[in-house]
Design a protein around this ligand. Sequence first.
Ligand code: GDP
Ligand code: IMO
Ligand code: MG
Length: 420
Amino acid sequence: MKIDILLGLQWGDEGKGKIVDVLTPKYDGIARFQGGPNAGHSLEFNQIKHILHSIPSGVFRKDKINIIGNGVVIDPSVFKEEVESLRDLGIQLTDQLFISKKAHLILPSHRILDAASEAAKGKSKIGSTLKGIGPAYMDKTGRNGLRVGDILGEGFRDKYNFLVNKHREILQLHDFSYDISEHEKEWFEGIELIRSFPIVDSEYLVNDLLAAGKSLLAEGAQGTLLDIDFGSYPFVTSSNTVCAGACIGLGISPATIGNVFGIVKAYCTRVGSGPFPTELVDDTGNKMREQGAEFGATTGRPRRCGWLDLPALKYSIMLNGVNQLFMTKTDILTGFPELKICTHYDIEGERVDRLPYDMSLEIEPVYEKFHGWDEDISSCNEFNALPGELKEYIRFIENEVKLPITIISVGPDRRQIIRR
Ligand code: GDP
Ligand code: IMO
Ligand code: MG
C-alpha cells in the first residue's frame, strides 16, 4: 500500500487539521512527520473546537492508528496538556497513539534558548512561536539531542543534566535572565506520561502497516514557504516541511508515496516576520483578518493577510509533486467587491513568475482582478451551487497551476466541505 501525504503550501495555517479530520475515515492511520508544538491544527465538529499541537489530527475518529514520527520534536509538557484536554473530551489515547523512539525531545532549556536567540536578534527576529523548535533541531543535527527512546534506558536524568548544563553555558553568552526549574516539574511529569504510551520503532511500524495493506495519511505541519531549505530563509521553521520531509520524518521510501495533497487557503496569511509579497496592510487586509478570524492557533498573534500568490503556489506545487489541491477558507472571501490573484512579480522593472533567491527585494505583485460575490456559501455542499464568480476564481487557479481543486472547504466544521 502507498502512503498519501497532506501538507500546507503557504506559510502554515492553511487548515490542515480540519482536512486531515475530514479525510481520516478513509484511512487506517495518520502519521505526523515533522515540526512540533509550534503547530496548531484546529478541528471543529459537534460544537467542539479543538486545537492539536503534536498529536496527529486523526485522534477524533474511532479505531484509527495515530503515529508521532521520528521527524517530530516533542515537548513533554505540551504533550501532557494535549493528552489531558483530549481526556476531558472523553478521548483515551493510550492504545491509539504510537510515539517514535527516535523523535527528539524539546527541553525546558530549549524554550529559553529560543527566547534568548530571538531577543538577541532584535528587529530582525524570526517571530518564532518560542516553543524551542529551533534549538531542539539544532541539538538534533549537532548530535547532542535527547530522544524519546532515551527515557527508557538507564541514566536519562544524567543525560538530561548534561545537556541542560551545556545550554546554561550558551545562555551565559546572552544577557538573559531565566528560571528552568519553573518548567522542569511539569516536563518530567510529561516524560512519565509518555512512558505510558507505546514507544516504538516507528519506521518499522509504518512500513509494516503499509506491507500489511493498511492505508496511511502523513500529516505535515507548517507550510512549504516555511521549509528550512526552500522557505524564505531565515524567516522559516527548522524542519523540512516539504513532501520529502515525510520520507525522513517517517522512514519511508519515496517509492511508497501515493497522492500528495496540497492545502491552499483561498488567500494568504503569515504569522511572524519575513517577506510576504501580496500582504495587505490596509482595510482589505483587516477585513480578511476579521472575517477569517486570522489569529494564531498556537500563539494568538494576529496573522498578516494578503491576496493569493500564484508564483509562490506554483513553487510549492513543484517542490512537493502535488497531484491534488484542496482549497480552504473559501467562505472568507464572501463580501469582497473585488478579488485579486497575483500572477507575477515585478522586480526592479522585470516581470517574473519565479521566487527570487533574495525575497527581501522590492517585489511588486502583478494582479489579475476578479468580481466578488455576496452569497453565503457556508452551507453549500456542491460545486455547481457555488456563485459563478467563485467558480471563475477557482477555475482560473486550476488553469494556472494545471491541477484540479478536488476539495473546497467553506467553513471550519468538518461537515462544511465540497468534494468534486
Ligand atoms: P492548520 O495549522 O493548517 O491546521 O490551520 P489552523 O487550524 O492553524 O488555522 C485554520 C483556521 O481556519 C482554524 O481556525 C480552522 O478552524 C479554520 N478553518 C479551516 N477551514 C476553514 C474554512 O474553510 N472556512 C473557515 N471559515 N474556517 C476554516
Ligand atoms: P501550523 O502547523 C504558521 C512560523 C512562526 C515563525 C516561524 C518560525 O499550525 O501551520 P518556530 O516556532 O518554528 O521557530 O517559528 O514559523 N510558524 C508557523 N506559522 N503555522 C505554523 O504551524 C507555524 N509554525 C511555525 O510564526 O514565523
Ligand atoms: Mg495552525
